[in-house]
Design a protein around this ligand. Structure first.
Ligand SMILES: [Zn+2]
Length: 314
């Protein structure tokens, strides 16, 4: 058995994962991210013991612990070099956790961990694999030859920060026009708000009033009901996502590309038009095409991936 920890800005989730990458049991606690990393890590240690116990194992059954954390990670030194989300700078998270639990550990960027989780689920035989997550931001990971591609410095594969609009919207990373500013759920919510305000006749306004807020589902649901403004928002949003994924496919030509994050729950409503655009604009006209799929693990991907990366650490 292994433990995977998914350290997020809101919650710390941890779970017991078996040898084949099956999530046996998981639980979560609030991160309270304003605290220092030492206190957060102390809670991570207690959570590990809790999930082991409630998941029906002893800590002596656990072979390794994997951590997925936001930010730039130094995997070889077990450190969070920098995280904007949870305030950490050169935080030796692995060494700190090993003060409480004496086990082999591994730390990855959270998007890389989630990518690795989906990779395990979709078959380890695949030689090239890309995961793109459409959530609060746009994240992702690249797995080549069974290994997480981190770049020479650990900061690699930030798929959400390739730009799709020159001099476009200013991104949190400092650059303008990043894919994240157009294809994240945050961006979709912004696009929906703007369109609803500009079109008082749109039923999206009623949806928003009934639900008390705009969400990533607003445009998709109102489009299903035939609302023209919602159809236009959905179409434009999918175009942004497809443009980004088309770039990724042309760079990597991965065997499989999986789309995850909250919006991936839309399933084929999202995937079919993306597939059409990506295949139409594929540089590769004559060779087999990248398989495009919706993520399977959703919230469990970070836990499973962190655990399996710890298992397979080399
Ligand atoms: Zn950016």
């Amino acid at each position: 058995m292994y433990i995977g920890i998914d350290l997020g800005g809101t919650n710390i989730a941890a779970g017991i994962v078996d040898d084949d990458g099956r999530l046996i049991f998981s639980d979560s606690i609030p991160t309270l991210k304003e605290r220092g990393y030492e206190e957060i890590v102390k809670d991570m240690a207690s959570l590990c013991e809790k999930v082991a116990c409630e998941g029906g194992c002893k800590m002596s059954d656990i072979k390794a612990i994997g951590i997925g954390s936001p930010g730039t990670i130094d995997n070889s030194r077990g450190m969070v070099v920098y995280s904007n989300n949870i305030k950490m700078h050169n935080a030796p998270v692995v060494a700190e956790l090993q003060k409480y639990i004496d086990l082999p550990m591994n730390i990855e960027n959270d998007a890389n961990a989630a990518a690795y989780g989906e990779y395990i689920v979709y078959g380890e035989g695949v030689d090239s694999f890309v995961f793109v997550t459409l959530g609060t931001g746009v994240g992702g990971g690249v797995i080549i030859g069974g290994k997480i591609y981190r770049g020479f410095n650990g900061a690699g594969a930030e798929l959400g920060h390739s730009s799709i609009v020159i001099d476009g919207k200013k991104c949190t990373c400092g650059k303008r026009g990043c894919l994240e500013m157009y294809a994240s759920v945050t961006a979709l919510i912004e696009q929906t708000k703007e369109a609803a305000a500009a079109h008082p006749e749109s039923i999206m306004n009623k949806w928003i009033a009934d639900n008390g807020k705009v969400s990533g589902r607003t445009a998709f649901e109102c489009a299903k009901a035939g609302d023209e403004t919602a159809v236009a928002v959905k179409k434009q949003y999918i175009r942004y996502v497809a443009e980004g994924i088309s770039n990724i496919v042309n760079i990597f030509q991965p065997r499989t590309l999986v789309i995850g994050g909250g919006i991936s729950k839309e399933g084929d409503e999202l995937l079919a038009p993306i597939r059409e655009f990506v295949y139409e604009n594929d540089y590769n006209k004559y060779m087999p095409k990248t398989e495009l799929k919706i993520a399977r693990l959703l919230n469990g991907a970070g836990i499973v991936g962190a655990a399996m990366a710890a298992k397979n650490k080399s």
